[in-house]
Ligand binder design. Structure first.
Ligand SMILES: [Zn+2]
Length: 345
């Protein structure tokens, strides 16, 4: 008799549950571009869900309310780029999903109408460590304004503007180290030390040229070389002189690379510099002055390939007009970022 009663009660209960379920999960499917997990739901009203994410275990719990499952569930089908494990529990009136995410995956859950869907978006978390690290060195800063030119523009301000824009472009694909992010003074030797400590794969130093002859114009890129042409040596001596001016003996900055690494790094630096200078000049309608090797103190101390970009002449009216316009700074950042990306990936 008791058994009979128990059966009767559970029968009534399950009937009530069944009656309460107003929707059915018709299908669960994965979308690759964008990365999404989609629950197609047959329902008269907007499906309700609750969710909880256990950060430590990377376990996402999603419960879709008042629904039953109208499809065969095979969790292993969804294991891949974003999902490590996928299980389901049928609570009678609600269906619960336990989704273990892969490391560094962000998620967002929401519903969509006509037809009703519960959607989970997956995105790589921005804090995730990328394969390569780029050090961006905005030339000069603080008490060292760098070159001062037409309309009293300062080299340190323009290099920082472009550096910040370059950071935002590169951050999607690289870990980025900013040698300076504010108007602060950092010695030349400390700049390369910061990059070495971060184990940067490339050092990008941004500068602006200056000449007595205001007709001198255009962009050029330098890489570290112990041998150089008289012209390149002059530019290196000019940039190094800022170190001397602010109390640093730049000749004492040691080349920390061995000969083998030195040659390899020079090769890599040239491979980045050559196409970059051509495309930068072309996109900005500026003169392509070419690329040169020279003994720059700021590049010498870095243990890897490095380039020093002279974005234009602060002493030239046209160049300064171009370099100070935000739209052009964005183009510079974009072109630098594209060519750096092209080299590494
Ligand atoms: Zn400079």
């Amino acid at each position: 008799m008791r058994k009979c009663l128990l059966f009767f009660v559970s029968f009534i209960l399950s009937m009530m549950m069944f009656a309460n379920n107003t929707s059915t999960i018709k299908k669960i499917r994965m979308n690759t571009n964008p990365s999404q997990l989609i629950f197609d739901i047959n329902s008269k009203s907007k499906p309700k869900f609750s969710s909880n994410y256990d950060e430590y275990n990377r376990l996402l719990f999603l419960e879709i309310e008042k629904t039953d499952i109208g499809t065969k569930f095979n969790g292993s089908k969804f294991v891949g780029k974003n999902i490590e494990k996928f299980d389901m529990i049928d609570y009678g009136s609600n269906i619960g999903f336990f989704i273990k995410l892969k490391p560094n995956v962000n998620h967002k859950i929401y519903t969509l109408n006509s037809p009703y869907r519960v959607v989970i978006d997956f995105k790589p978390s921005s804090s995730s460590k990328k394969e390569f690290t780029i050090a961006i060195d905005a030339g000069h800063g603080g008490k060292d304004p760098g070159a001062i030119g037409f309309k009293k523009y300062k080299e340190k301000d323009i290099t920082l503007d472009v550096a910040k824009k370059l950071k935002s472009k590169l951050s999607k694909d690289f870990n980025v180290i900013m040698i300076r992010e504010t108007d602060t003074f950092i010695t030349l030797s400390n700049r390369s030390k910061i990059a070495n400590k971060a184990k940067a794969d490339l050092f990008v130093s941004l500068h602006i040229n200056s000449a007595k002859n205001s007709a001198a114009e255009g962009m050029e890129i330098f890489y570290f070389s112990k041998k150089s042409s008289p012209y390149a040596e002059k530019i290196a001596a000019y940039e190094n002189s800022f170190g001397e001016k602010y109390g640093e003996k730049t000749t004492s900055i040691a080349q920390i690379m061995g000969e083998l690494a030195y040659n390899k790094n020079m090769e890599k630096s040239i491979a980045i510099a050559r196409p970059l200078n051509t495309s930068l000049a072309k996109r900005l309608g500026m003169k392509d002055r070419g690329i040169y090797g020279a003994n720059f103190a700021v590049l010498r101390g870095f243990n890897g390939p490095g380039i020093l970009v002279e974005l234009g002449f602060i002493s030239n009216k046209n160049d300064i007009k171009k370099m100070t316009r935000e739209v052009n700074q964005n183009i510079m950042a974009e072109e630098l970022s594209n060519k750096i990306k092209g080299f590494f990936y």
